[in-house]
Design a protein around this ligand. Sequence first.
Ligand SMILES: [Zn+2]
Length: 347
Amino acid sequence: MQALVLEEKLRLSLRDFPIEREETVGPHDVRIKLHTVGICGSDVHYYTHGGAGIFQVKAPMILGHEASGTVIETGGAVTTLKVGDRVCMEPGIPDPQSRATRMGQYNVDPAVRFWATPPVHGVLRPSVVHPAAFTFKLPDNVSFAEGAMVEPLAVGVHAAIKADVKPGDNALVIGAGPIGLVTALAALAAGCARVFVADVDDTKLALAAGLGPITPINVSREDATAAILKETEGWGVEIVFECSGNARAAAGVFDPLAPSGRVVFIGSQQGDVAYNVGKAMVREARVEHVFRYAHVFARCVAMLSSGAIDVKPLITRRFDFADSVRAFEIAASAPPGEVKMQIELPQ
Ligand SMILES: [Zn+2]
């Protein structure tokens, strides 16, 4: 019964961890045997930096929050799931009594307990107990690997909803990492005619170009705004999704934006970003921010099942659980061309 434990900054170990034996199944919970867990940028950041902002790793913590698995036990009051169901899980558990939760915005509940965010343990371990309300059944035609992609996909779908995508809009996605690419897929599924994706990695841009009506822009060679204005008869894009976390890119979001356009900030920023309010004003730009997602897991599963969204090309590498320390070392080296790496647990 081993777990992948971040002991401290830059020190991971695969070892027995007591939490497995301590978790009990409440009436509204299920116990899930983990199958596939994706490696997220946040997991890698905790490994390389020992924390992020206010969340610092002060005690050994199990990593991983992008997960799928099989229900192996159900609480007495659970009616929506049964033993043997294949599922994916929404990793944040809000306080049902909190004001934000009661408003429907449970993702911004300050008391939310989110897997692999200190001090809450993640799920790179054999099993976990989770509320049935945050556990979603996978149809037969959605694999465990795709199920473990629902969590990052949810960020893109939430962003597309915030952007108010209208049929025929053009969008720019800045950053071709996993979140940038799921955002591009979500924007297309929401009705965008065309999506431009800007990055500096030619391998990722080539992958992006194969996902649909996506025009790659390598910003190390080409100015994104100039390219977009040329392709849109000087109008610009109705939506800019900032997924790079790069401060300079974030400051320039209004340049390629069409009049009355929307900007959604998705990539996390380490410091302050100064932006040109004048450029935003003359466009009457609307600026949105997302923090994770709310109410979108079932939509994501439905789109994977129907074929409206295909995330399989984004899964570029798989590791056995026994190799998970090496998987994190590789992920931390940010190899070019890799998008989503996943770890498979022994079944
Ligand atoms: Zn994630």
